[in-house]
Ligand binder design. Sequence first.
Ligand code: F6R
Length: 364
Amino acid sequence: MKNGFPHFMLKEIHEQPDALKNTILPRLAKGLPDFTDDLIPDFVFEDCDQVHIIACGTAMHAGMAARALMEPLLRIPVTVSIASEFRYEDPLVNDRTIVIIISQSGETIDTLAALRLAKSYGSKTLSVVNVKGSTIARESDYVLYTHAGPEIAVASTKAYSVQLAALYMVCCRMALVRGKYSVEEAEDFMKKLLDSIPAMEAMIEKKDTVKALVTHLINKPDAFFIGRGLDYAFSLEGALKLKEISYIHAEAYAAGELKHGTIALITQEVPVIAIATQENVFSKTISNIREVKARGAFVILLTKESLNVDPGIADIQINIPDIGDRFTVFPIAVVLQLIAYYASVGKNLDVDQPRNLAKSVTVE
Ligand code: F6R
């Protein structure tokens, strides 16, 4: 069942390039995203004034990355809500809102309750779900299945990257039908999305490099993940993954927020995983890295080959291939997952079944 891998999580990390292909390729028509077979008509994307994304945990983090991409491109408000919060609010959604529900299992109780609430407000609901025929899929107006195949390890890996791929395609289709993208721009976007697949493969091949760096993490009580913009959204997922399977306390911060309190926790040898793949904020993130380095942090920098980093900025640097800034999440996700995986293995923990966690959260 594990195909020779020691754990399901490692197997599922390796399955991501194929999972991405399975999610993207059947929905490509002449190089453009096409949801005809999913029975999602374009008016769903045209007749709305706002997008509201709702999910829990890793799925919510996929939503946060999608939001950072969507809002500047579509020029309409894109909000992300934690399902367990949204369901007890009196949310500002209506019949001009497209509510995107993200759930691997399609059974998370808070997410399901949020879906039902959004429907009661008259919103159009589109769910991004992995498990066929699940309750969320059945109750949504429209469903976009991610084709990741079964995910066994409790810590979500391939489900996250295919959720992102599906959301990126939605974003591209919306931009096209709302006149924000020309056909050429949409084709270019999809080409870059496909380029992220070999970039993921390249990072999987670098797994021994990641394995070696976890010696700097496994004996530490805390770790910090920092980034700006899209990189901040990726940091949130990196911290969650590390916490849930290695039990190392990890926090993600928007890099510019550190100086508003958290930098007090940065002392000698505290691991800081800094993600700097976005060119528009690169120099700002580098300044934040200098700040933590000056306080003795052990900096692991994840960046892009093409971005110039002065020597001595980081203790360890991992470069992802030079792909479009908006698509760096795919190779970065692989690195973050491998960091958590090898930290858990290094601490001799139960990687696939971490304590206190269930794969599908069907209780409130
Ligand atoms: C973390 C993880 C969880 C799930 C969350 C939502 O690795 O897997 O945070 O993402 O419980 O689950 P779904 O996507 O099934 O609704």
